[in-house]
Design a protein around this ligand. Structure first.
Ligand SMILES: *Cc1c(COP(=O)(O)O)cnc(C)c1O
Length: 501
């Protein structure tokens, strides 16, 4: 199986090239030329395997230029039970929502308490092996701009990985206190973290500039290094996410909640469209899915797109209590458009150019209809997010984070509009303790302590929900990184960190 670019079908690369390169030269994203398909019998066989063996089977079908041993080493290294709190890194908690039992797929049991661990724990294995196959001997320098969760998950994934260095930039006032603490205390001999005076977009633009600056790039080449990226457009991040939708379905069958072959709905709190796209690919591979429910916060550009077929990022940007979904350009949507147009690279390139030049594009009538058949889009503001957390806790004694609450609320709206009774799985993307302040405000009217760790303890007192051990441990860790720099100094910071002149 080879991979195409979404903007040029004549670009054909191997799986390891797609992962090593991250993005295609003309700006397109890499997509598999065809998808492996699984019959119900295959899914039944899959359901007898544990999570790691499910992952090995699915990854092998997408990565023909990896040996069985390489895939096994990657999966075993990534999903160690001590890192994910058990043999199944993606367990389900069944909760009554709208009076109906609903599967909450908890994707946040990894080392950084957010679902990005599901992909970023395995990406370093896939990436270093891909670089070995395609760029023998070069050291990879991973540059990341983060609004919080990605930076920490990438640091934790790449720390002390041979042949890699990782540098993370975050906006000085743009991440939560817990997220900042997670990053500035990061351990590892190959990691570096730096705050920039600017917002997330400034950090992202700064990183993109360094990637494409010929002088910096050639200095790296002279030192046998190359830039690489861990962001969510890399195929190596999307692929591992397909696994947990198969896992969830198999678990629901094993738990007697659905019959093999019965369709389910999937609800995903969405930002860059990676997580929900993974469930779409799972459906294309044969997983029985009825509807994809795409949940957004007040940055509801996707809700409007699904309803109208017009994507328009020319609108206000809101800073919300679900910050990992504060995004106006959902990069992975490009892969969906490519699939829905049956691989029409010219059309996709046209849409993406229009987005770049005018901030907007409108898809054709047939694509609109196809989108509406498959997807439901809904959004939820901060106030409703908190009411949802409160209600779920009051009724079920189940505590969820702000992102998951957006999904729960949009699912409730969907059910009340459609009366659809299809069994449903909701992706839960972060531990409530990562967003302790907003969650506390939702469940108690008490006045809150100021200190982040006091808030965490208080949330534990009020709710009794377990505090993830890695978050609790942060309190006693030393701060290692306290740099704050101007955006214009980012290239110099990178070269200094690498010891390159
Ligand atoms: C990244 C993130 C999301 C959004 O996921 P996408 O794959 O970008 O759509 C949702 N919730 C949390 C907690 C996240 O960290």
């Amino acid at each position: 199986m080879n991979y195409n670019s979404t903007r040029n079908n004549t670009t054909v690369v191997s799986a390891s090239q797609a992962i090593a390169q991250g993005i295609s030269k003309e700006g397109g994203l890499f997509v598999p030329q065809s998808l492996p398909t699984y019959s119900l019998d295959d899914i039944s066989v899959l359901s007898k395997l544990d999570y790691k063996n499910k992952a090995k089977k699915i990854l092998a079908d997408f990565l023909p230029d990896f040996t069985e041993e390489e895939i096994s080493e990657s999966v075993e290294g990534a999903y160690k039970s001590e890192k994910f709190g058990g043999e199944n890194p993606a367990p389900i908690s069944y909760q009554k929502i709208n009076g109906k039992e609903t599967a909450i797929l908890e994707l946040w049991h990894g080392p950084t308490s957010a679902f990005k661990d599901m992909a970023l724990q395995i990406l370093p294995y896939l990436l270093t092996k891909s670089l070995k196959k395609t760029q023998d001997g070069k050291e990879a320098v991973i540059l990341v701009a983060t609004s919080g969760d990605t930076g920490k998950a990438a640091l934790e994934g790449f720390k002390d990985v041979n042949g890699t260095k990782i540098i993370v930039f975050y906006p000085v006032n743009g991440v939560s206190p817990m997220q900042k603490r997670q990053m500035v205390t990061q351990k590892g001999s190959n990691v570096s973290v730096c705050a920039i005076k600017g917002n997330f977009d400034d950090a992202q633009t700064g990183v993109k500039k360094i990637f494409t600056d010929t002088e910096t790039v050639s200095k790296l080449t002279d030192n046998n290094m190359l830039f690489s990226s861990a962001n969510s457009i890399n195929w190596g991040r999307l692929l591992p996410q397909i696994v947990y939708y198969f896992s969830a379905y198999c678990d629901m069958v094993s738990d007697g909640k659905i019959k093999l072959g019965e369709k389910i709905n999937v609800v995903v709190p969405t930002g860059n469209f990676g997580n929900i796209l993974a469930s779409y690919y799972a459906m294309k591979m044969g997983l029985p899915i009825n509807k994809f429910i795409c949940a957004s916060n007040s940055n509801n550009v996707l809700t409007d797109f699904i309803k109208t077929g017009v994507y328009n990022k020319n609108r206000n940007f809101f800073t919300t209590i679900s910050p990992s979904m504060d995004i106006l350009v959902s990069s992975n949507l490009e892969r969906l458009l490519y699939d829905i147009t049956n691989g029409n690279d010219v059309k996709v390139a046209e849409y993406m150019n229009s987005l770049k030049d005018n901030g907007t594009y409108e898809v054709d009538e047939d694509i609109k209809n196809r989108l509406k058949d498959l997807f439901y889009g809904g959004s939820c503001d901060d106030k409703t997010t908190q009411t949802t957390i409160k209600k779920l806790f009051r009724d079920n004694k189940y505590l969820c984070d702000t992102h998951t609450a957006v999904a729960v609320n949009v699912y409730e709206k969907y059910v009340s509009e459609t009366n659809d009774t299809t069994p449903t799985v909701i992706a839960s993307t972060a531990s409530p303790y990562k967003f302790a302040k907003s969650v506390l405000e939702a469940v108690t009217a008490d006045s809150l302590p100021n200190d982040e760790f006091e808030m965490v303890n208080y949330l534990n007192e009020v709710t009794g929900a377990d505090i993830p051990a890695p978050l609790a441990a942060l309190k006693d860790l030393q701060t290692r990184f306290s740099n704050t720099i101007e955006v214009t100094d980012m290239p110099k910071f990178v070269l200094d960190t690498l010891g390159v002149k």
